[in-house]
Every structure is written in structure tokens, then in C-alpha cells.
Write a protein that binds this ligand. Structure first.
Ligand SMILES: Cc1cc2nc3c(=O)[nH]c(=O)nc-3n(C[C@H](O)[C@H](O)[C@H](O)COP(=O)(O)OP(=O)(O)OC[C@H]3O[C@@H](n4cnc5c(N)ncnc54)[C@H](O)[C@@H]3O)c2cc1C
Ligand code: SF4
Ligand code: SF4
Length: 376
């Protein structure tokens, strides 16, 4: 990976409308800040290289380099990425009661990691009203209070930068696929820092088809309801095609066709539905709102997962074959759509000579995904 600086980050990502506001460049230095979902640069920076650029998931991410470091092979055309096993799970009573999005497997994994001291703290996303709020959490009570999905893109990784500055390490991080990509880059110490230590104990990735732009969501909802009464959001699996808003007065349902206009353009270039560079990825399970789908990807992920099961935080079962097929199709479609779009607009590089783009991978794999979507 060629590491450049803040000016190139602004030119390649922010000025092109590709920033998703993940927070990876925020609070590393005094310059980049996130205000209500938008990341801005407060002052010009003259450094030729910086962690802001190196950690950003929207710079020219080298998928082959990351995949070799993580999984020992170049990036392959697999809809769900590389993995060891796929199963379904939910939080056991021992996890405690929370307003879980689905089965509460994410909350169970994080509480298990904290209680067994495998993680010193967790990087999570809470909310204040509608606004997602990044948090450093050290207790089970704190983890339970962060449960449920905030469907706006959140600057969660700014909390990781703050935690590292305060000397914390061994962090359990819950991250969307773009945030997981950023964390995977961080783990490789791309700026060659002396005394580098991987700040993450485990990356728990969330499935994500798209997120919403905070400002647009707020404007949309303000016109339709009292946003102070919102308790929770949900996007039930297909064929529902609706966005549900749970309020103190009951549930409101909006067709997804009305909501799609609130999705930032950058999500349409995102090739990853299942957080392919997380240690464990978690999503919902079609037809079973009480359960989660879990993809165990790395040895590290497997250790955290096994421990959570052994200590009684997680209850597991086999993944039904029909659900697995649906999941693969959804992930394959997202990947194919994004690679076709990115490639047709010259945003993907397959050779060393190309101008700076959004992503780099082998030409054979790119062609395989574009023509067929890839196969398991
Ligand atoms: C923007 C977004 C889009 C999603 N799209 C899909 C999808 O297409 N298909 C699918 O199967 N699942 C999707 N999910 C994941 C799903 O909603 C659940 O998060 C997942 O199944 C875990 O459920 P759970 O009951 O274990 O979570 P819980 O135990 O309730 O824990 C949820 C965790 O998510 C974290 N979190 C909440 N909001 C955010 C955020 N905006 N950014 C980062 N972290 C956050 C919290 O810190 C919390 O720890 C999406 C989630 C988000 C945030
Ligand atoms: S690191 Fe995240 S917040 Fe910063 S420019 Fe890149 S996408 Fe935006
Ligand atoms: S679709 Fe991709 S870029 Fe958009 S929020 Fe989800 S993971 Fe991030």
C-alpha cells in the first residue's frame, strides 16, 4: 500500500463524495473531526504521509495485500469472503437483557470478551436521540445499553483512536464492513510505526447492505414524526422491503423505495456485505428474528467465539441450507453491482501503473466477479 497524507485523503475521498464518515481519520490529530455524521478537516496539514490516509477504507485499498496478510491467499471471488465456519446463534440468558437488534449475539460476544479479560474495553456505537455516538465501554451494563442497530453511518472508529491515545489496547471492536476494512489496514501498521501494537483484540463485523446519511435521515423523519419519541429501527429481511421505526406511540413503516434516497452514494461502490475482514461477522437470519447468522473467519475469531459458547454466553445451532444460499446470493449481488459500477467509472486498479483509485485487486478476479459474481 502506498501511504500518502491528509491532502490526498481530501482529494481522493472527501472531495469525491466517497467518505462514509467511519471515524478512522478522526481524533488521530487535531485536524479531522466528525460533526453530526460528516467528517471535516479543520486546518490544512502538510505531512506527506499520515495514518488518516493509511486507515481510510475508501483510499486505494489493496485487497490482495490485505487478504494475503489475513488469510494467506490473494483476494478471491467468493461472495462471503474467506471463512472457517458459518452457523446461527443467539445470546443466552447469562448475557443479560438488552434491546438487541436480533438474537443479541454481538452483545453476547462482547460481554464474554470483557468478562474473560480477553478484551480490556469495547468500541461500540450508542445513540443520543437519532445521532449515533461512538463509545469506549468497559462494563457489561455499558455493552447492553449500546445494543441495537443505528442505521446511520457512524464515526465509531473515532472512539478507537481516543482509546489508543489513552493507552488502552486489546479492544473488542464492533464495526460495519467499511470500518472492518479500515481496522484490517490498521492491523498491518501501514505507516511503519515503531513500538506498534495491534489495538484490536477482536473485530466483530456487522453485515451491511447500506447505511443512511445522518443528516438526510434526520430531515426525512423530522417531517413525519416527533424524533424524540424514536426507540428503535429495523429493516426486516426480504421480501418485506420496509424500514420500520419503533416510537413511544407504536411502529411506523416506510417503503424502502422512500428510504433509498437517504443512502450516501459511497455505499453504492461498497463491495462487501458481510464484513469480510472481520474476525467474526454477524447479521440477521431471514425468518428468525430471535437469531443471528455468524461467520467465523479467523483463528482469533474462533477463539473468542468458542470461549463465549463454553462460558454460556451464546447458544448456537446449524445454519439452515436455504438461508445460506439466500445470504450468498445477496452478498454476490452486492459485490457484483459495486464492482461493475466501480470498474466502469475507472475506480478500480488492476495494475501498478493505474492512477490512484478506490480499490486494487487482480484483473482475473475482477473479471470473474463482474461476469459471474464469483462462486463458493
Ligand atoms: C448500518 C447497518 C446496516 C446493516 N445492514 C444489515 C444487512 O443488510 N443484513 C443483515 O443481516 N444485517 C445488517 N445489519 C446488522 C444487524 O442489524 C445487526 O447489527 C446484527 O445482526 C447483530 O445483531 P445483534 O442482535 O447481535 O446486535 P446487538 O446485540 O443488538 O448489538 C448491535 C451492535 O451494533 C453496534 N452498532 C449499532 N449501530 C452501529 C453503527 N451504525 N455502526 C457500527 N456499529 C453499530 C452496537 O455497538 C452494538 O454493539 C446492519 C447493521 C447496521 C448498523
Ligand atoms: S477514514 Fe472514514 S471518515 Fe475519514 S475520510 Fe476515510 S471514510 Fe471518511
Ligand atoms: S454499505 Fe459499505 S460503505 Fe456503506 S456503510 Fe455499509 S459497509 Fe460502509
Amino acid at each position: 500500500m502506498k501511504v500518502l497524507g491528509a491532502n490526498e485523503l481530501i482529494a481522493d475521498v472527501q472531495s469525491k463524495g466517497l467518505c462514509i464518515g467511519c471515524g478512522a481519520c478522526v481524533d488521530l490529530c487535531p485536524y479531522f473531526k466528525n460533526h453530526r455524521g460528516t467528517t471535516v478537516s479543520l486546518f490544512p496539514c502538510t505531512s506527506a504521509t499520515g495514518r488518516c490516509f493509511a486507515f481510510c477504507p475508501k483510499i486505494e485499498v489493496d485487497l490482495d495485500e490485505l487478504s494475503k496478510a489475513y488469510f494467506g491467499n490473494a483476494y478471491r471471488a467468493k461472495p462471503l469472503g474467506e471463512y472457517r465456519k458459518i452457523l446461527i446463534a443467539k445470546a443466552a440468558d447469562k448475557t443479560g437483557k438488552g434491546d438487541f437488534q436480533a438474537g443479541g449475539a454481538v452483545t453476547a460476544l462482547v460481554i464474554s470478551a470483557l468478562k474473560s479479560k480477553k478484551a480490556r474495553a469495547a468500541i461500540l456505537t450508542d445513540s443520543s436521540g437519532l445521532l449515533p455516538v461512538p463509545k469506549v465501554v468497559k462494563t457489561a451494563k455499558g455493552v447492553l445499553s449500546c445494543a441495537s442497530s443505528k442505521y446511520s453511518a457512524a464515526p465509531s472508529l473515532s472512539a478507537l483512536n481516543r482509546a489508543v491515545r489513552e493507552g488502552l489496547d486489546n479492544l473488542a471492536v464492533v464495526a460495519t464492513p467499511c470500518q472492518s476494512l479500515s481496522l484490517a489496514q490498521m492491523r498491518l501498521n501501514p505507516t511503519g510505526m515503531d513500538n506498534f501494537r495491534d489495538p484490536t483484540a477482536v473485530i466483530i463485523g456487522l453485515f451491511c447492505t447500506w447505511a443512511l446519511d445522518y443528516g438526510r435521515l434526520e430531515a426525512f423523519l423530522k417531517d413525519r414524526l416527533d424524533i424524540k419519541t424514536i426507540k428503535k429501527f429495523d429493516i426486516p429481511p426480504p421480501p418485506a422491503e420496509v424500514f420500520e421505526v419503533y416510537t413511544e406511540g407504536g411502529k411506523l413503516t416506510f417503503p424502502l423505495s422512500e428510504i433509498r434516497g437517504l443512502v450516501p452514494e459511497t455505499c453504492s461502490y461498497c463491495t462487501d456485505m458481510t464484513a469480510e475482514f472481520a474476525d467474526i461477522s454477524v447479521g440477521v437470519l431471514e425468518g428468525r428474528p430471535d437469531m443471528n447468522t455468524l461467520i467465523i473467519r479467523t483463528e482469533r475469531g474462533e477463539r473468542f467465539f468458542d470461549d463465549a459458547v463454553k462460558k454460556g454466553f451464546l447458544i448456537t445451532d446449524e445454519m439452515p441450507a436455504a438461508n445460506l444460499e439466500h445470504l450468498k446470493t445477496a452478498a454476490k449481488n452486492k459485490k457484483q453491482r459495486a464492482f461493475v459500477k466501480g470498474s466502469s467509472e475507472g475506480r478500480i486498479n488492476c495494475d501498478a501503473e493505474g492512477t490512484r483509485a478506490m480499490m486494487r485487486l487482480g484483473a482475473d478476479v475482477l473479471n470473474e466477479i463482474i461476469s459471474a459474481g464469483g462462486a463458493e
